[in-house]
Design a protein around this ligand. Structure first.
Ligand code: HEM
Length: 395
């Protein structure tokens, strides 16, 4: 759709949620003059990821509560300024004007901010930790990493439509320009494609719940509400489950189209589920959608859903000339244990689900995937009127 017909949605800046999670998303209603049927099927409520993403993992080199509050205030001011900034216009006469670079800077906290791996409650906030936040457990499909050594105090997700904008924002964080107490430990970079197809050619995210006001909206699956048993400062926040997943595509690309589709359990052209997919095909394994089935906690499968906001990476080749290509798999969810860990542990990586000997997710077996690193984080609400993201934690 040309920009003139339907301008791309912007990160939502004045709502209760941090941008970069369920926004930017296409509004539910079509703009005037746009065919409502086509718009409803292809755009309404779909998250429209910015083209580039930097995921910054950082520690906090401070020891007092007051210092931490000072850091969060500066970081929040910086993030808000970057998101509000008007784009620089081209100097040359005939270049197109830039209307918006759709910047979002999304801030999150790791379990080590609340209690260090040595058990130190250095900021006196251990009792206020989000209820489910912890070191991510190891699962089948993980490479050789220790999650307790991967966790960082902060995660900062920078997204925009221009790589150099992300690089600039990252540089300010990295070189101490925002606060010298922010010590960057790792940086990951990813991109999204205009057609949302992942590195082996399938559209990823098509079945995400749609953003909007319905009871089944993305927001209802993602953001902590008053009904959730969480500390009050967690209202409007969400958990991030992150996995860096490498694909080894040499053998996958040798499969014919039908066998590729069988790995995902999805028709590549339509994104629809294959009616005769194997029970261990990727989509069937991670969301079995069993009809008339309640599990032992009384939940139906579709209640255990979350939002996926994947970015793809191409890190060149490794020391053995094997390609380093894959997915920064970012999932956002309100109930980390019920909605995310359950599908991961009881379904996706359980070789005996849905039947004994069914096998693990085909994506990891014949699709050649492995997790290079992983982590859980809590992304607080935006609290636009408060001096810092996570407001209430240190008051
Ligand atoms: C390299 C890794 C991965 C790739 C390339 C990938 C790709 C896909 C594709 C193409 C689909 C079908 C389209 C759609 O429904 O959006 C899908 C569905 C899905 N994937 Fe993945 N995925 C990956 C890893 C994961 C992981 C690690 C999880 C869970 C933690 C996950 C969760 C899901 C879910 C929940 C669905 C929707 C199933 C449904 O409701 O029909 N994926 N994935």
């Amino acid at each position: 759709m040309p920009d003139t017909a339907c301008p791309r949605p912007l990160p939502a800046r004045d709502g209760p949620y941090q941008p970069g999670i369920t926004s930017p998303a296409w509004p539910s209603e079509p703009p005037r003059g746009v065919d409502p049927n086509a718009y409803g099927a292809q755009y309404a409520g779909q998250i429209d990821r910015q083209r580039h993403c930097h995921i910054v993992f950082a520690d906090v080199a401070l020891s007092t509560r007051a210092e931490l509050r000072g850091l969060l205030e500066k970081l929040t001011r910086f993030a808000r300024h970057q998101m509000d900034k008007k784009p620089i216009q081209p100097d040359r006469s005939f270049d197109a004007a830039v209307t918006d670079r759709r910047v979002s800077v999304t801030i999150g906290f790791g379990a080590s901010l609340f209690t260090t791996p040595q058990g130190d409650d250095r900021f006196g906030i251990a009792a206020l930790k989000p209820r489910h936040l912890k070191i991510i457990p190891r699962v089948d499909g993980d490479e050789d990493f220790d999650p307790s050594l991967e966790v960082t105090d902060l995660v900062i997700i920078i997204a925009s439509d221009d790589m150099y904008v992300n690089e600039y924002i990252f540089g300010r964080l990295y070189y101490g320009g925002v606060h010298p107490g922010i010590v960057v430990r790792r940086l990951e970079r990813g991109y999204s494609r205009p057609d949302s197809r992942e590195p082996s050619g399938f559209e990823d995210g098509i079945s995400n719940p749609k953003a909007g006001a319905s009871a089944e909206s993305a927001e209802s699956f993602v953001y902590v509400g008053k009904q959730d048993d969480e500390p009050s400062w967690c209202l409007d926040g969400t958990y991030l489950a992150y996995r860096k997943i490498r694909r080894r595509l040499r053998s996958f690309f040798k499969l014919d189209d039908d066998r590729r589709a069988a790995v995902f359990g999805i028709d590549a052209a339509t994104g629809e589920r294959l009616p005769d997919a194997a029970p261990h095909a990727h989509a069937q394994k991670i969301n079995p959608k069993r009809a008339n089935h309640r599990d032992l906690f009384g939940q139906v499968d579709v209640e255990r859903r979350f939002i996926r906001r994947p970015y793809f990476f191409d890190d060149g080749v490794d020391g053995t000339s094997d390609e380093m290509r894959g997915v920064h798999h970012m999932s956002f969810v309100r109930g980390l244990i019920d909605q995310y860990e359950w599908p991961m542990l009881m379904w996706q990586t359980n070789p005996d689900f849905p039947t004994k000997g069914a096998g693990g997710d085909a994506l990891y077996a014949s699709g050649g995937a492995s997790n290079m690193t992983a982590g859980y984080y809590f992304m607080p609400g935006a609290a636009p009127a408060a001096p810092y993201v996570g407001s209430g934690l240190l008051d």
